[in-house]
Design a protein around this ligand. Sequence first.
Ligand SMILES: Nc1ncnc2c1ncn2[C@@H]1O[C@H](COP(=O)(O)OP(=O)(O)OP(=O)(O)O)[C@@H](O)[C@H]1O
Length: 370
Amino acid sequence: MANVTNRQSPAASRLTLQVEQQLGAFQLLAALDLPAIGVSGIFGPSGSGKTSLLRLIAGLERPIRGTITLGEQTLLNTQQGIFIPPHRRRIGVVFQEARLFPHYLVRGNLAYGMRSPAPQRFAEIVELLGIERLLERMPGTLSGGEARRVAIGRALLSEPQLLLMDEPLTGLDDARKNELLRYITRLTQQVDIPIVYVSHDAKEITSIADHLVVMKAGQVRASNKLDALLQRFDLTHELGGFDAASLLEGTVIAHDATYDLTHLALDDGHQLVLPGISAALGRRLRVRILARDIALSLVPISGTSYRNQLSATIVDNTILPETPYTVEIRLAIGTFTLRARLTRKSWDEMGLKQGMQVTALIRSVSFSAC
Ligand SMILES: Nc1ncnc2c1ncn2[C@@H]1O[C@H](COP(=O)(O)OP(=O)(O)OP(=O)(O)O)[C@@H](O)[C@H]1O
């Protein structure tokens, strides 16, 4: 399917803000500059201020002080008395619950926010979200996942410059969560509208975000490309703890049908063997690998079930106070950095240290596409 293009140039959608808000005893103090493409995840524990920040961006609340700019347009400048109301901001919002109009058919709900008739765009978005068969149904007859897909479709059809999603998977069972996440991932690849995606779930956010904002107690603790933040030892606890992971991106170059394996070429020439993934040759793919799924050897080994042996250099290492008997390691593999984790006993017995050349051993099944 062709990309569903936004009429705005993507560069028109960079979001910058600096806001201060007081909500009872809670203070939100945030400064951010988010890219005009891809998914920016807003991540943090319950009560850290994620939804409050989203409501300020949407214009559903006014901060005490601040500025918000989307592309060239100033949405808010408290000093200059500028406040663009929500309905005049080109921002689509998808809340935790679908909030569809109960007396309109799905078709009517989708058409509601359209600025002008656009049958082709309508058909593309309906297909993208897999809601063709739901068009003549009433919202009350839809499952939770279906209703969310319709809500996302309605938001997209209003031709927003920016799409905000607040915990869109909340309350769905695991199967529906995975299904909706697949649709949202597809959407992020085919619709060139930047998305700000709020979640408190580390696995969910690391599977979808390109850029990540980590919130803590009303403040921005970190904001950067997701893979850069995943490499930071000091964020290990927040970003997955035991499930700390790295991301790698490459191009699908071959499928081995006999053994159901897929070969991925990283941009620096390294190749990985992964469990079979149904993706066309040439497609870009992002894979995730858990730090605890990487083993190290001082020399390349033969006669092993590890399908991936990569020559690596130990960049640095640390022991985190939460996990005193394991060593967190960063490995340079070509132009990539990978997180690994060993027991302290292995680290000591192997005599490992910074700067050493080692072989990283990774089983194919350890990779998961995201
Ligand atoms: N209108 C309000 N009056 C007083 N306190 C508020 C108000 N709105 C939010 N808060 C408080 O502000 C804090 C941040 O709330 P917010 O909903 O933004 O957090 P969150 O990170 O989105 O949490 P969750 O993941 O649970 O949705 C919370 O302590 C909340 O109780």
